[in-house]
Design a protein around this ligand. Structure first.
Ligand code: SAH
Ligand code: DHB
Ligand code: MG
Length: 222
C-alpha cells in the first residue's frame, strides 16, 4: 500500500461524505498562509472527533494543542448553544490564527483559546473549578502526553471520553530509540492507559492524507 492510495481513498471519502466545508477549508488555507505547520487532523479525523463529541453529548470540551483551530472547529460544532470548548496553545501566533478561524466559523462565543505552555494553563483551569469536561482531545507536544493524561483525569467527569492523537507516529511507537522523546512520551502514555483502573482504553491505527498514525481512545470509568 502506498501514501498515494491512502490519499486517494481519503479523497473519495471526502467527496462522498463531505467531511469538510468552505469554512473548514478556509481555516486550513489561512493556517497554511500564516506559515503554520501542516499537522492538523485530516478532514475525516476531524469528522470522527466531531461525531465522538456528539455521541457523548458533550457540553464541555477541552483540547490541548490548538494550532490553527481546525480540529477545534470540528469539535466545537458538536456543542449545544450553551456548550463550551477550551483549547490550550503554546504559540501566540498559532493562537492568533486560530482565533480568526474560529470567529469566521461563527464559534467565538463557544470557544476560548488560552495561550501558554499547557502545563501552566492546566493548573489554572483546575484552580478555577469550572464544570468537568465531557471530552478531552490531547494533541500537543508528545513528550508531555503522560502529564496531559493525568490532568485530563483530574478535569474530566466519569463517563468522559479522552482522545489522544499521534499514537503510532509512522511506526516510531515501536522504536523509541529512533523515535526519541515523542515516541517515548506516547509509549509511557499507552502504558498509563493500560494500567489505570479509572480508564478503559483502546488504540486504532489510521492511514490517509497524514500517512500512518493513530488515535488512542479512553473512557473515564471512575
Ligand atoms: N489539534 C490541532 C493540531 C495541533 S498541532 C489540529 O488538529 O488542528 C500541536 C499544537 O500544540 C501546535 O500548535 C503547538 O504549538 C502546540 N503545543 C506544543 N507544545 C505545547 C505546549 N507545551 N502547550 C500547549 N501547546 C503546545
Ligand atoms: C506533529 C504533531 C501532530 O499533532 C500531528 O498530528 C502530526 C505531526 C508534529 O509535531 O510533527
Ligand atoms: Mg496531532
Amino acid at each position: 500500500m502506498s501514501q498515494q492510495q491512502w490519499s486517494a481513498v481519503d479523497g473519495y471519502f471526502t467527496d462522498l461524505l463531505g467531511a469538510d466545508d468552505e469554512v473548514l477549508r478556509a481555516a486550513q488555507r489561512e493556517s497554511d498562509a500564516a506559515g503554520l505547520p501542516p499537522i492538523a487532523v485530516t478532514a475525516h479525523q476531524g469528522r470522527l472527533l466531531h461525531l465522538l463529541a456528539r455521541i457523548r453529548g458533550a457540553r464541555r470540551i477541552l483540547e490541548i494543542g490548538t494550532l490553527g483551530g481546525y480540529s477545534t472547529i470540528h469539535l466545537a460544532r458538536a456543542l449545544p448553544e450553551d456548550g463550551r470548548l477550551v483549547t490550550l496553545e503554546y504559540a501566540p501566533h498559532h493562537a492568533e490564527v486560530a482565533r480568526a478561524n474560529i470567529a469566521r466559523a461563527g464559534l467565538a462565543d463557544r470557544v476560548e483559546v488560552r495561550v501558554g505552555p499547557a502545563l501552566e494553563t492546566l493548573p489554572i483551569l483546575d484552580a478555577e473549578g469550572g464544570e468537568p469536561f465531557d471530552l478531552v482531545f490531547i494533541d500537543a507536544d508528545k513528550d508531555n502526553y503522560p502529564h496531559y493524561l493525568e490532568w485530563s483525569l483530574r478535569l474530566a467527569r466519569v463517563g468522559a471520553v479522552i482522545v489522544l492523537d499521534n499514537v503510532v507516529l509512522g511506526g516510531a511507537v515501536l522504536d523509541p530509540a529512533a523515535g526519541g522523546v515523542r515516541a517515548q512520551g506516547v509509549r509511557t502514555t499507552l502504558e498509563l492507559l493500560a494500567k489505570d483502573p479509572r480508564l478503559d482504553a483502546t488504540a486504532v491505527q489510521t492511514v490517509g492524507d497524514k500517512g500512518w498514525d493513530g488515535f488512542a481512545l479512553a473512557v473515564v470509568t471512575g
